[in-house]
Design a protein. Structure first.
Length: 376
């Protein structure tokens, strides 16, 4: 009899498994359908000897000192600030759009003080900001929307930005200075030894057993357990009784090249005519010194492993029906991007998992064992 059965060895499941084992001294079984831990953040040394990310680039960033310190228990860090260029009209320009983007694209010499007025002259007024299209055209106008956002969004999501919640394009800011960092969070770094090593350390506890390559739904009735942490698709958990929640998937094309460096930054976006959305070169992220380099092309797809919940009103209404079913269950906790149908970053999933652990501490006090309400 396990105290906890944890479904999924990504951030949500691994963070909770470690907390339950270490802080509550309870016995935890972690299952994952894939043959490895780490979820979508899984990285590996490929056949060429290059450290790469199997499921596309994962760049850690957070404004939460608490989250960063918690993960620091399981990894040292390599400082890294991610930079992205976009291939637009035959030029490589910074994304998010900044002062250099506009000056290079239009052959101008605007200053940071002049750029807000330049944007304002092109912006389209919106009484209510509801969709992803509204967000962009109200800030920078339709021409930049068409060049940078519409094509990329339609490829990535299979929907026009006018059909998506405003949260999608709001994730990518517009800047009036020359800051070309993709993120501006207080903490930006990569696990020094890779994500997989961090997860392995997190799950290395005598109270934790890990089984990979196991489908929870094939064995759910064969494993005695008192309580369940579930980080998979919430609609799958309930047998898709109300219908399938839509997700976007990706196909990854990995390629190793006989050069030391292929592109000037970690990621180059392709928002216009190409079938792929971006190319990532991992040595920028990892700092690895190697005579060869590995890159990954990303092709969005409608079918395949679920990566991105699709944020719009209809899908959120369907999710709410599953959420109501989850609320009726006792001893089952739904955590993570797929289980709560939210487009979370990695740090947000860690924060959610730590918050669920604190909830467990309140709801299930232990007798005869020192319980701390939050990580040290």
């Amino acid at each position: 009899m396990y105290d906890w059965l944890v479904v999924g060895a990504g951030f949500a499941g691994s963070v909770l498994a470690e907390r339950l084992a270490r802080e509550r001294n309870e016995h935890v079984l972690v299952l994952d359908r894939r043959g490895h831990v780490g979820g979508n953040a899984y990285d590996r040394i490929d056949d060429a000897g290059v450290l790469m990310h199997q499921y596309g680039p994962h760049i850690f960033h957070t404004n939460s000192e608490r989250i960063f310190e918690h993960l620091s228990r399981f990894t040292a860090w390599r400082p890294y600030e991610h930079r992205v260029l976009a291939q637009v009209d035959g030029r490589l320009v910074p994304i998010p759009i900044n002062l250099d983007t506009i000056n290079r694209l239009y052959g101008l010499q605007l200053t940071s003080e002049e750029l807000p007025a330049w944007f304002a002259a092109r912006a389209e007024a919106r009484e209510v900001i509801e969709t992803s299209e509204d967000v962009v055209v109200s800030q920078v106008g339709r021409e930049l929307y068409e060049k940078f956002f519409r094509g990329y969004t339609r490829k990535q999501w299979g929907l026009d930005p006018s059909e998506l919640d405003r949260s999608v394009t709001a994730r990518v800011p517009v800047r009036t200075n020359r800051d070309d960092r993709y993120f501006t969070d207080d903490f930006q770094a990569m696990p020094r030894d890779g994500y997989t090593a961090m997860f392995q350390r997190m799950l290395d506890h005598p109270n934790i057993e890990v089984r990979t390559g196991v489908d929870f739904f094939a064995v759910r009735d064969q494993i005695p357990h008192r309580r369940l942490i579930y980080s998979g698709r919430i609609d799958e958990f309930f047998g898709e009784r109300f219908g399938r929640l839509p997700y976007r998937s990706l196909r990854f094309a990995h390629e190793t090249l006989d050069v030391e460096q292929h592109q000037p930054v970690g990621t180059v976006n392709y928002p216009q005519t190409e079938a792929y959305t971006r190319i990532t070169e991992y040595k920028h992220l990892t700092g690895q010194i190697h005579p060869r380099t590995t890159i990954t092309y990303e092709y969005p797809m409608a079918e395949g492993d679920p990566y991105y919940p699709i944020p719009n009103a209809a899908n959120q209404a369907l999710y709410k029906r599953y959420e109501a079913c989850a609320a009726e269950l006792s001893g089952v906790y739904f955590v993570g991007r797929l289980a709560t149908y939210r487009y979370y970053n990695m740090d947000q999933v860690v924060g959610q998992a730590l918050a669920v652990f604190e909830r467990i501490q309140r709801e299930l006090p232990l007798a005869g064992f020192a319980v701390r309400s939050s990580p040290e």
